[in-house]
Design a protein around this ligand. Structure first.
Ligand code: ADP
Ligand code: ADP
Length: 237
């Protein structure tokens, strides 16, 4: 479970990214964070795995405080958290398979990676992940040669290879066309339901949030202004 208690973030220029946010997110939820540009969606998502430090309050994952965690504890907690970005964040000159393997945290920046030595069981896991998002045929292709939608599916496969328990996705479909958007959202939903992975996703469009999520959280100027089911969101408008 993810818990935010009285979380506020004030940036150095005085802007309040988040103000008194209290949330409990349970395992297996598919939560969409919606709100206009500048509402604090990205700040909220990045606070959860401490890509940014909050100014006050506390964030806990499975009872462990992210806010007061040591570097070592943070590394352990982050093993369970997969990140998906709008801009894919793949190593473009590397093969798809290598990008997916990088989800196996133990191989980040190690001599093994340099020497291209990966245990067969990790390679198998990565190939299986690619199969699940339907791009197994691209395993040995350079990532830069893929379309945007394919690149995003590689970054989803990376979280699968990581065996992440939580996926944080920051507007993952913002640069994709409607057809590819649907494929990416379907993949996330499949992982959510089949693997019981908690998905927290920032979305610009409420329609997508209503179609895919079990819960919608609305942000405005850093504050939670809506928290309910897609059905409740519909009756509000
Ligand atoms: P912090 O308060 O977390 O120290 P900084 O003010 O140092 O943040 O800015 C960190 C980064 O965010 C910088 O690269 C900066 O250019 C960028 N940044 C600054 N202002 C904004 C803004 N209003 N919206 C988005 N990014 C910003
Ligand atoms: P969203 O993801 O909903 O577009 P953000 O979380 O990026 O919103 O931003 C929330 C507010 O904080 C905005 O007013 C934004 O300009 C500001 N902001 C974001 N990052 C920074 C930063 N690094 N420094 C200063 N202000 C920032």
């Amino acid at each position: 479970m993810i818990e935010l208690n009285d979380v506020s973030k004030v940036y150095s220029n005085g802007v309040k990214g988040l103000e008194d946010v209290n949330l409990k997110i349970n395992k297996g939820e598919f939560v969409s964070i919606v709100g206009l540009s500048g509402a604090g969606k990205s700040t909220l998502l990045r606070s959860i795995n401490r890509l940014i430090d909050i100014s006050s309050g506390d964030i806990k994952i499975d009872e462990k405080s992210i806010t007061s965690a040591s570097e070592k504890q943070l590394r352990m907690i982050r093993r369970d958290i997969g990140m998906i970005f709008q801009s894919f964040n793949l190593v473009k000159r590397s093969s798809v398979l290598r990008n997916v393997l990088s989800g196996r945290v133990a191989y980040n920046n190690t001599l093994r990676t340099l020497l291209n030595l990966f245990p067969q069981k990790d390679v198998d896991l990565a190939l299986k992940a690619l199969e699940r998002v339907n791009i197994l045929d691209k395993a040995y292709t350079r990532s830069s040669e893929l379309s945007g939608g394919q690149q995003q599916r590689v970054s989803i496969a990376r979280t699968l290879a990581q065996e992440a328990k939580i996926i944080l996705a920051d507007e993952p479909t913002a640069s994709l066309d409607p057809v590819t958007t649907k494929q990416v959202m379907d993949d996330l939903k499949k992982i959510n339901t089949e693997d019981d992975v908690t998905v927290i996703i920032n979305l610009h469009f409420v329609d997508l949030a209503k179609e895919y999520s079990t819960r919608i959280i609305g942000l405005q100027a850093g504050k939670v202004v809506f928290d309910g089911t897609p059905e409740e969101a519909t009756s509000e408008v």
